[in-house]
Design a binder for this molecule. Sequence first.
Ligand SMILES: NC(=O)c1ccc[n+]([C@@H]2O[C@H](COP(=O)([O-])OP(=O)(O)OC[C@H]3O[C@@H](n4cnc5c(N)ncnc54)[C@H](OP(=O)(O)O)[C@@H]3O)[C@@H](O)[C@H]2O)c1
Length: 256
Amino acid sequence: MDLGLNGLRAVILGGSRGIGWYTAGQLAREGCSVALCARDADGVAKAAETLQSEHGENGGSFFGESADLRDADATRAFVRDAIDKLGGLDILIHNASGFDNKGDEEGWARSFQVDVMAGVRAVEEALPALKDSSAASITFIGSMASKFYFGRRSSYGPAKAAMRAYANELAQSFGRDGIRANAISPGAVHFPGGSWDQVKQSQPEFYGKVEKAIPLGRLGTAEEIARIVAFVASPAGLWINATHIAADGGQVAAVD
Ligand SMILES: NC(=O)c1ccc[n+]([C@@H]2O[C@H](COP(=O)([O-])OP(=O)(O)OC[C@H]3O[C@@H](n4cnc5c(N)ncnc54)[C@H](OP(=O)(O)O)[C@@H]3O)[C@@H](O)[C@H]2O)c1
């Protein structure tokens, strides 16, 4: 199936590592141009270079900028620069998280800035360009913690839940402008160097229990999540709108 991504332009907030990085690769493989940000400037530069060397032949162009999504001005500047460099925008993906696991004042503030407000700010900057696109989509990377209590009280799940509600509001508000909006929630995802890789090394028994609790007997991979994100964000996913998609391999044992 042709996803229709060839020649489209995507911005990924938080794209130098992990699910955001695998998503960038998936889009680039399909001929999409990608602009990404992250805090670490070396990581951003390496990501953009690697996309160019591995996928440049597919026709896309690649741009990276160091930006901290806790910072309103930096977030808005990155999105403006990205749209300028890409010559427009079709796909906006908000992938980064504040990853609060404490639930203290600082954690709540970080979740609010990164998971929620960075998305709001990026959307505001991107709306004019998205309205000009004939294949516009906004995709939020959420978490199953937005609907299930995983045993740790923090702002992480509530922030992801706000993200889901915001995605629906965008879809309802801007559908007439041809803009779709959705949220995709991974369950536990393993990739080299990721948070679950660290758990695998430091707490192998706990990791094994999580694997056993997932019907497919293992954690998901970042590549598997990236394929779902690419499909939902692409023109091939056109009739998926205003919705939340669980991408957890059945980890959360609920009907919907
Ligand atoms: N991994 C999982 O098992 C899992 C499960 C459920 C949901 N998710 C969700 O999936 C998304 C990606 O998770 P991941 O595990 O792939 O994360 P990750 O490996 O930690 O990668 C996060 C990416 O975002 C960037 N980033 C983080 N904070 C940032 C900030 N303040 N400003 C700019 N960039 C920032 C990171 O680069 P820098 O550090 O250089 O900034 C990196 O490129 C998150 O929204 C997470 O909640 C993940």
